[in-house]
Design a binder for this molecule. Structure first.
Ligand code: PLP
Length: 385
């Protein structure tokens, strides 16, 4: 654009709203005329207290988070939460019984949900993989899977899923048929549902009460890297496994209002600005509308290319955030595509190294004009090659 900013399709850290960057610029030099940078303030001072409290309140408004849920600002990325989930939920029957091997259920639909399984096993949780997607689809009827009898179910500490697989571009559109087997408050016949929403957090409204826990790294939709947001139902707190590292302990974080130690102050500040911006846009219903229009444009372009471009994902679960595509039969051209796109100011379109091809990540802050520019480029590229 006129300020020299490129259309950045990075999977994360990703684009941040320009309005937010402007405000950051001012506050980095002199926060609200106080004579110091927002980066230089004590995390226990009045200014930062206001920042973190407003960030929480605005997030609660955006996602309609009920008072029965705690909002935590943590560190270590979503990867740390892969371990925090089993530590906090696996031993609720008796935290001191560290020899006990709890069982948890997993839906694996791509790379990140598989990583969550591996980490849970390290903590000592027996992983029961209920349904495996093929990286291109979501298990079409998860309610039909064998969840076992009530007694077996009672042994399951939680059910974990990844709401949007960033690498494969596979997204749950709500809980679908899983909704019919979940009871009140995100219970799947007794086990709370835990969702990794790192790459579609605040991209659309969700019913928080369908979940026991929602967690998300900020660096895709709501701010810079460094802070991970955890939304946890309060009755799930209070019984972490004995020996749980303090920094992974939701109960400690909750008792200390996310200020047990020095939090990622700057990242929390930026998230707060993003939440205010999302509210000013009209909230998450409006944000979802914009996101649907953006990804619709891209998926339509792929469809209209008559097979020149292909998206390998089942249309029913195509992500609104991460759009993977290939040039089937012409893999040599994919490298050229990425290079020529970059020269045209469309950057970071190379697909993840594990899947190849291209991937356009179009999170909240990617403007419509960025997607329009990409679509025009794709049409030109097809005509030229
Ligand atoms: N889960 C999902 C869906 C992701 O996209 C990512 C990162 O890209 C992660 C987890 C890991 O997040 P972090 O790098 O913040 O640990």
């Amino acid at each position: 654009d006129s300020k020299g900013r490129l259309a950045n399709f990075s999977a994360g850290p990703a684009m941040v709203y320009e309005e937010v960057l402007h405000k950051c610029q001012l506050d980095l030099m002199n926060f609200e005329g106080k004579g110091l940078s927002v980066m230089e303030m004590s995390h226990r001072g009045a200014s930062f207290t206001k920042i973190i409290e407003e960030a929480e309140q605005d997030l609660r408004t955006l996602l309609r988070i009920p008072e029965t849920y705690e909002v935590l600002f943590m560190q270590g990325g979503a990867t740390a939460q892969f371990a925090a989930v089993p530590y906090n939920l696996g031993w609720r029957h008796d935290p001191s019984d560290v020899a006990y091997a709890p069982r948890a259920d997993f839906l694996t639909t791509g790379s990140w949900s598989k990583k969550a399984v591996a980490e849970a096993k390290k903590v000592g949780v027996e992983a029961n993989v209920l349904a495996t997607g093929d990286n291109k689809s979501i298990p079409s009827d998860v309610s039909a899977f064998d969840y076992g009898d009530a007694e077996t179910r009672a042994q399951s500490a939680y059910l974990h899923l990844c709401a949007n697989e960033t690498i494969q571009g596979v997204e749950f559109k709500g809980l679908g048929s899983l909704g019919s087997v979940v009871g009140k408050g995100g219970q799947l016949q007794g086990a709370p549902i835990v969702a990794d929403m790192s790459s579609n957090f605040c991209s659309k409204p969700v019913n928080v009460e369908d979940y026991g826990v929602i967690y998300a790294g900020a660096q895709k939709n709501v701010g810079p890297a460094g802070v991970t947001i955890v939304i946890v139902r309060k009755d799930l707190l209070g019984s972490p496994k004995a020996g749980t590292p303090t920094m992974l302990d939701w109960t400690v974080m909750s008792e200390n209002k996310s200020l047990y130690n020095t939090p990622p102050c700057f990242s929390i500040y930026v998230c707060g600005l993003v939440f205010k911006h999302l509210l000013s846009l009209g909230g998450l219903d409006k944000v979802e509308q914009i996101n649907k229009a953006k990804c619709g444009l891209l998926y339509d372009c792929i469809k209209q290319s008559q097979g020149y471009y292909d998206c390998p994902v089942d249309p029913k679960c195509r992500s609104a955030m991460n759009v993977p595509f290939t040039i089937p039969g012409h893999e040599d051209l994919e490298k050229v595509f990425v290079q020529e796109a970059e020269a045209a100011g469309l950057i970071n379109l190379k697909g993840h190294r594990s899947v190849g091809g291209m991937r356009a990540s179009i999170y909240n802050a990617m403007p419509m004009q960025g997607v329009e520019k990409l679509v025009a480029f794709m049409k030109d590229f097809q005509a030229k090659h």
